[in-house]
Design a protein around this ligand. Structure first.
Ligand SMILES: Cc1cc2nc3c(=O)[nH]c(=O)nc-3n(C[C@H](O)[C@H](O)[C@H](O)COP(=O)(O)OP(=O)(O)OC[C@H]3O[C@@H](n4cnc5c(N)ncnc54)[C@H](O)[C@@H]3O)c2cc1C
Length: 465
């Protein structure tokens, strides 16, 4: 058994953990980063990057099949070669993972510990059965994993989670997706566009992260034109039948149905990776999921030298937030007890579906309907959207009735990833609707749709509506 005494020990070499390690080192702290699983980060290996690679293939397939409305015809059949699709997804994924591995290789060997960490006490970690680390401060950056209900486990090898899809060598004929959250929507639609028969089942009525009922209804209508999506499905039974899964359910028209699928993709949420950490040995107060209680501003657990960063804390489980939180937690761990709050950027979330979804600033359900006005634009007749035949969706912008400050937006529609940035930057700059309308708008662009929504909000602020 080796023993080691350091200033900062970081558990997890994902996006948050690597950022925390580097920030702690930058403060002059003797630091180690501990990784139990494969290096490479969730984002690059099984998250952001491979999902966007699959979506890129799906977009290529969709364009190839939908040129006729423009007078562009393919002479012959569009053939989607599942093996080639997955070969590109995996080889480009490996390239992105390679960049992370290069970064890990640049960390001195004595700072890297391989194995799963568990707490002996709040300053001591045991790494597998080979090393004991005493640390002045500890950063927990262990990420999250797919949460799969026991009822799905009985499906055996017919059950898949996002990680499994990116290991496929070929595309299956059919997949039932459970969970129309970000992951379920992105992967479900991509598979559907690549020729896989897809049906998406939800339970709570939600569509992605949207909270605005009108925007959600618009999203639901758009997606159902391409693949079956029931956000509040009644699934009666699910069982293996040979090499397939039979799902018995009531469809959106109230009719009983039974369909067979090659796989069931459980995209039913994620749980924090805390099970193996033996956090009960730390004396820290834990929440119902076993995550230590922490301050979302400083990421510190009470007054103790323990910090929680990235998806494991589930504050905003997004890549850029994990990186920001990691940097902050690493700095705070190194400087403890001199702990400073993280300056968070404006909230922003994007779903890379088509039409895309975005939310910035405050969500609709976080706002008091009496104290805001809602400006609206439908993209059905928006000029540039119609030019591109992407004229679907709805944008709602929210502004404070008192003073006209822009506080948030929800949207389903074309190029939402770009509008999300404009609008998040506007929230962060605390702009009013009038200040936003004083900015230039080129012609003909999607942003003219945003201008329509802002003008609508302006009219309502004047009380002319
Ligand atoms: C399919 C999918 C698509 C996504 N798409 C996007 C997107 O488009 N945009 C976006 O912003 N975000 C996206 N995300 C979310 C994003 O990937 C995460 O927010 C981010 O990767 C979280 O980083 P992290 O450092 O918290 O966790 P991770 O990168 O998961 O790192 C945690 C590490 O801790 C290790 N570990 C766990 N327990 C222990 C232990 N006891 N001892 C040692 N090591 C341990 C794990 O092996 C892992 O390497 C997506 C996620 C998924 C799954």
């Amino acid at each position: 058994m080796h023993t080691l005494t350091v200033d900062v020990a970081v558990i997890g070499a994902g996006t948050a953990g690597l950022a925390a390690y580097r920030a702690a080192v930058a403060q002059g702290a003797r630091s180690v980063v501990i990784e139990g699983g494969p290096y490479g980060t969730t984002c690059a290996r099984v998250g952001c990057m491979p999902s966007k690679l699959l979506i890129a293939a799906a977009e290529a397939a969709h364009s190839a099949q939908h040129g006729a409305a423009f007078g562009v015809h393919i002479d012959g059949r569009v053939v989607i070669d599942g093996r080639e699709v997955m070969t590109r997804v995996k080889s480009e994924r490996d390239r992105f993972v390679g960049f992370v591995l290069d970064g890990v290789a640049s960390i001195p060997e004595e700072d890297k510990l391989v194995g799963y960490a568990r707490f002996i006490d709040k300053n001591t970690l045991q790494i597998d059965d080979h090393t004991r680390v005493h640390a002045r401060s500890i950063v927990i950056a262990t990420g999250s994993s797919p949460a799969v209900a026991p009822s799905f486990q009985a499906l055996g090898d017919r059950l898949v989670v996002n990680d499994d899809i990116f290991e496929w060598d070929d595309l299956p004929a059919s997949v039932a997706v459970f969970g129309p959250g970000v992951i379920g929507l992105e992967l479900g639609q991509a598979l559907a566009r690549l020729g896989v028969r897809v049906r998406v089942f939800g339970a709570s009525g939600r569509v992605g992260p949207l909270t605005d009922p009108a925007v959600r209804a618009s999203a639901l209508e758009a997606f159902n034109q391409e693949f079956a999506l029931d956000p509040a499905a009644q699934v009666e039974a699910m069982q293996n039948e040979g090499d397939a899964v039979s799902v018995r359910f009531t469809d959106r028209n109230g009719l009983p149905r039974s369909e067979r699928f090659d796989y069931v993709l459980a995209a039913t949420g994620r749980r924090p990776n805390v099970a193996g950490l033996a956090l009960e040995n730390t004396g820290l107060s834990l929440d119902a999921r076993g995550v230590p209680l922490f301050d979302p501003a400083t990421l510190q657990c009470g007054t103790e030298p323990v910090f929680v960063a990235g998806d494991v804390n589930d504050v905003l489980p997004l890549l850029h937030e994990a990186a920001d939180e990691g940097r902050s937690a690493g700095r705070n761990a190194a400087c403890w007890p001199d702990v400073v709050p993280l300056t968070r950027t404006a909230a922003m979330a994007v779903v890379f579906s088509d039409p895309q979804i975005m939310l910035v600033g405050k969500h609709f359900t976080e706002l008091d309907p009496q104290s805001i006005v809602v400006g609206e634009v439908s993209f059905a007749n928006q000029g540039r959207s119609r030019v591109m035949l992407e004229n679907r969706g709805l944008l709602h912008v929210y502004a404070e009735r008192d003073g006209g400050r822009f506080v948030g937006a929800e949207m389903v529609g074309p190029r939402a990833e770009h509008l999300a940035h404009l609008l998040a930057w506007s929230v962060q700059q605390k702009l009013t609707i009038a200040q936003m309308l004083a900015m230039p708008f080129y012609h003909p662009v999607i942003e003219e749709g945003l201008r329509t929504a802002l003008r609508d909000a302006e009219t309502r602020l004047r009380g002319d509506d």
